[in-house]
Design a protein around this ligand. Sequence first.
Ligand code: MG
Length: 116
Amino acid sequence: MKRVLIAEDNDSNYLLMTYILKNRYEFDRARNGQEVVDMVESYAPDLIIMDLKMPVINGIEVSRRIRKNHPDIPIIILTASAFESDREEAESIGCNEFLTKPVSGQKCLEIINRLI
Ligand SMILES: [Mg+2]
């Protein structure tokens, strides 16, 4: 089973993701940006779902660091903020998708299935 890393500091948002992924993918959780960086270095997940606003290091900066060593891991940015500047920055770093919360489970799953 492919492994998805869920980078999410908010418990209810994380729980929602687990419902979408359950029985389809294995998943792990990182609660802050530093954890994401460390976990990606210890095992390369098949896909990352990345919250933008996280403690320690934000999702944009985390994505930038990951892209240095892992240009091919799909990254889906999932955010409550819909700032166009965030979207443009995510694109320029090489994030694969930029989704605004709340996102439908079906849509999210379609995108994961396509990218993984
Ligand atoms: Mg957050």
